[in-house]
Ligand binder design. Structure first.
Ligand SMILES: *[C@@H]1O[C@H](CO)[C@@H](O)[C@H](O)[C@H]1NC(C)=O
Ligand SMILES: *[C@@H]1O[C@H](CO)[C@@H](O)[C@H](O)[C@H]1NC(C)=O
Ligand SMILES: *[C@@H]1O[C@H](CO)[C@@H](O)[C@H](O)[C@H]1NC(C)=O
Length: 133
């Protein structure tokens, strides 16, 4: 009897782990302690994202106060040119969370003044869910 219960518990625990792993997602605070503000060099956000892995379902949190920054999601050309001709989404209410809901490239910049040109821009490549091998 006691052995059976242990086995049941083990199976439940294993199922729990599998479910936990498959739904777990990461919240990334963009720029870490700097938050979403003007970096002191152009490549700052590029360096921030360089060694990180972004997976579908992860969340980016842009920390800023309303009126200080905006988060504009654009396409690749707009990102390269710091223009917002093909705006996908605009956030301006402060501390914006963006769920990375599909694989591929996501491009963001701040539309205040010349901040984008100064490096307040972020490109992340989002990977599909890792296959359970
Ligand atoms: C990224 O990882 C490489 C190799 O592990 C390391 O040399 C580099 O300093 C890291 N860069 C950042 C910005 O953390
Ligand atoms: C944004 O989040 C930071 C850190 O949690 C907090 O200090 C700040 O008050 C928040 N600002 C707004 C506008 O919600
Ligand atoms: C700027 O936009 C044009 C199209 O409008 C595009 O051909 C070009 O590649 C963009 N530049 C960059 C650096 O992305």
């Amino acid at each position: 009897m006691a052995k059976n219960m242990n086995l049941n518990f083990l199976i439940f625990a294993m199922i729990g782990c599998i479910i936990f792993v498959s739904v777990s997602s990461t919240t990334h605070i963009v720029g870490d302690s700097l938050g979403w503000s003007m970096p002191n060099y152009i490549g700052y956000f590029e360096d921030w994202s360089k060694n990180k892995t972004f997976v579908v379902g992860d969340t980016l949190v842009f920390q800023y106060n309303p009126g200080m920054s905006t988060v504009v999601q654009v396409d690749k050309n707009d990102y390269g040119n710091c223009t917002s001709r093909n705006t996908i989404q605009t956030y301006f209410r402060g501390n914006s969370s963006v769920v990375l809901d599909k694989p591929g490239d996501f491009y963001f910049f701040c539309s205040v003044g010349k901040r984008c040109e100064a490096g307040q821009k972020l490109w992340v490549n989002v990977q599909g869910k890792p296959s359970s091998q």
